[in-house]
Design a protein around this ligand. Structure first.
Ligand code: COA
Length: 216
């Protein structure tokens, strides 16, 4: 088994990148733990990265398929605007029954709204850390150094573009991820206890934001 290569994302990778994103969305496990229809998650959340800002996405190509990916964004304010507009744009599809929205999705949506009202989401200084990233490696490929190589590649790209800083959000339950970010020099810039996943996990979860300044 030769080491996967890290290369820029291409549109032909879309289905597989989305598969890995959905297969790893629940603390590294499949999203179906908290949502019946993965297409809703992918259309609301990942379409931005593969369709609007694909030039910031990177994949680990194992030859016979993808082993992992990193998706990025250099202007988080713009991505937030897109995500809000996209959520509204998808309402007609939801009402037409295109997506399967069952008790799991309804419960999760309610948990998200309640957490927002309780102020459980971290606020991040987007002037200092305007860019962000998401990274996921297929369960069969974890621990082979791909996460480290994907992030190093993206950081080089951001430095070339002169971006001031980058952040990401995770939780204390993503132990390998937190270890990796700290090893790469990211600092914990915000942390907050949340009950978003209280209906699916026994232990309390802490939301964490990590940041890395790229220019002094
Ligand atoms: C987090 C993730 C992207 C890391 O990718 P990876 O390719 O497995 O990571 P690497 O092989 O590059 O290892 C990175 C570091 O993490 C360490 N690590 C790996 N698994 C670990 C674990 N279970 N606990 C603690 N450290 C771990 C490695 O030893 C390495 O550190 P080192 O260089 O000091 O030895 C991957 O594990 C993953 O996709 N996890 C599930 C989804 C997820 O958590 N995504 C991030 C959400 S924010």
């Amino acid at each position: 088994m030769s080491a996967p290569i890290i290369r820029p994302y291409q549109s032909a990778d879309r289905a597989e990148l989305h598969r890995i994103a959905a297969d790893t969305a629940f603390f590294g496990a499949p999203i179906e733990t908290y949502m019946e229809d993965r297409r809703l998650f992918l259309d609301v959340f990942y379409a931005y990265y593969t369709d609007t800002e694909p030039q910031r996405a990177w994949v680990a190509d194992a030859g016979d398929g993808l082993a992992g990916f990193l998706t990025g964004c250099i202007d988080t304010v713009q991505q937030h605007r897109f995500a809000r507009a996209q959520a509204f744009a998808l309402v007609p599809r939801v009402l037409r029954g295109y997506y399967q929205v069952g008790p799991l999705a309804r419960r999760y949506l309610l948990a998200l709204l309640s957490a927002g009202l309780r102020g459980e989401f971290n606020s991040i200084d987007l002037n200092t850390y305007p860019a962000h990233l998401h990274i996921n490696v297929d369960a069969n490929w974890r621990g082979h150094g791909l996460g480290r190589r994907l992030i190093a590649t993206y950081l080089d790209q951001l430095r070339d573009l002169g971006i001031a800083g980058v952040h990401l959000e995770t939780t204390d339950q993503n132990v390998a991820a937190c270890h990796l970010y700290e090893q790469l020099g990211f600092e914990l810039i915000a942390q907050r206890r949340t009950r978003v996943w209280a209906h699916r996990l026994d232990q309390p979860v802490e939301m964490r934001a990590y940041g890395l300044k790229l220019v002094n």
